[in-house]
Design a protein around this ligand. Structure first.
Ligand SMILES: C[S@@+](CC[C@H](N)C(=O)[O-])C[C@H]1O[C@@H](n2cnc3c(N)ncnc32)[C@H](O)[C@@H]1O
Length: 358
């Protein structure tokens, strides 16, 4: 993947066009989203290759001719729709992906509901190292403190994004983790209890402790109770950034999925160092992360590189979707060695199986 970034990929003409797409980014984004959300793309799709006339689309979606016309004309420019020979509107492949592709929809909802307003404050975030855009969502020092209090539609998009990746990765990776004869596992950043519930039902003798912020631990507890798994899952509410709070001990393994990317390099090292006490000399640290530099496809790397900016402007101001080389240095520095690396899990994830350095 890294070699890909050592080359120019555009002719001058294409580069200038790409530069215009970037220059008009927020307009392109909102037009595409509204064409999706107002049912205009769906209406056009129903007409298939025959296409649909402007007035028929207006009648179908209940918007004025002016409104639908400006949106669809912009949509022509971004190749979401095309003209048929008799200048009706028909859906293109890009329009199809905007309408139906789960990855595109999850990203679009997350960008609109969680990021859009906050990203306006990116410059301030870059200058101050603070998540300056978070004030658009609420009055917390990091987004994680506010997760359980977000307005429902924003919370839906946040968890929709988070769960989309873990739901695909977990069934694959769970076999790798429990192949190591793990019975007692500490799930740091256990979120809504998805990994804990999957683990609890994976093996009769598996016990999981979720360590997360109090608001999240409470959400997870409710879900675990609803699933009838309370005897197999414990909770350890704590802010991991408070170094005075001890970590729980006596585990075969620590599991951190999409968790360490929520922290700066210094914080990652500090968290990992404190993980030493949770396990004995043979214990495991399992880290599931998506690294942009080891993606097979440019599209996957692009999504991670762009979403990194959410961490800068909104989440906490100092974290990101990491380059694996930067991340692995933190693991080393904290006194662990990576004994196995498994790439290609789910859509974009890597499992790092780590042990204490001997
Ligand atoms: C991106 S989510 C990952 C959730 C889950 N592990 C997964 O793979 O889907 C990050 C989790 O870390 C938790 N977290 C963030 N900052 C934290 C902190 N300072 N202390 C404890 N947990 C924290 C969040 O509440 C959230 O549940």
């Amino acid at each position: 993947m890294l070699d890909f970034y050592k080359q120019e990929h555009y002719s001058a003409q294409n580069a200038k066009h790409m530069a215009q797409i970037i220059a008009h980014g927020p307009i392109v984004f909102q037009v595409a989203r509204i064409l999706r959300d107002k049912g205009i793309l769906s209406a056009v799709e129903e007409a298939r290759s025959e296409g649909m006339a402007l007035k028929d689309i207006c009648a179908k979606v209940g918007l004025s001719e002016y409104a639908v016309r400006v949106l669809l004309e912009a949509g022509l420019g971004m190749h979401l729709v095309k003209y048929t020979e008799d200048e009706k509107f028909a859906l293109t492949k890009i329009g199809y992906f905007i309408l139906h592709d789960p990855l595109t929809n999850v990203n679009m909802n997350f960008v609109h509901d969680v990021c859009y307003k906050g990203i306006f404050h990116l410059e301030e975030a870059i200058e101050t190292g603070k998540p300056a855009g978070l004030r658009e969502l609420g009055n917390w020092s990091t987004v994680y403190e506010g997760l359980s209090q977000l307005p429902p539609h924003i919370q839906k998009s946040w968890f929709g994004y988070d769960h989309f990746f873990s739901d695909i990765a977990f069934p694959e990776v769970i076999k790798q983790v429990y192949a190591e004869n793990i019975k007692k596992l500490l799930d740091i950043g256990g979120n809504t209890g998805k990994w804990a519930s999957a683990s609890a039902t994976y093996g009769d003798d598996i016990h999981v402790t979720i360590m997360d912020l109090p608001g999240q631990a409470a959400m997870a507890k409710q879900r675990i109770e609803e699933l009838g798994l309370s005897d197999k899952v414990d909770f350890y509410p704590a802010n991991i950034l408070d170094e005075s709070i001890p970590f729980p001990t006596g585990f075969d393994a620590v599991w951190m999925s999409q968790f360490l990317d929520c922290f700066s390099e210094e914080e990652i090292v500090s968290i990992l160092k404190r993980c030493h006490n949770c396990i004995d000399e043979n214990g495991w640290i399992f880290i599931l992360e998506a690294f942009w530099d080891i993606q097979r496809f440019e599209t996957a790397a692009f999504c991670l590189q762009q979403l990194s900016i959410y961490f800068t402007a909104i989440a906490n101001g100092n974290s990101q979707m990491y380059d694996s080389r930067v991340f692995k240095k933190c693991v080393e520095e904290a006194g662990f060695e990576i004994v196995e690396q498994i790439d290609g899990i789910g859509l974009s994830h890597t499992l790092l199986k780590c042990k204490k350095k001997s």
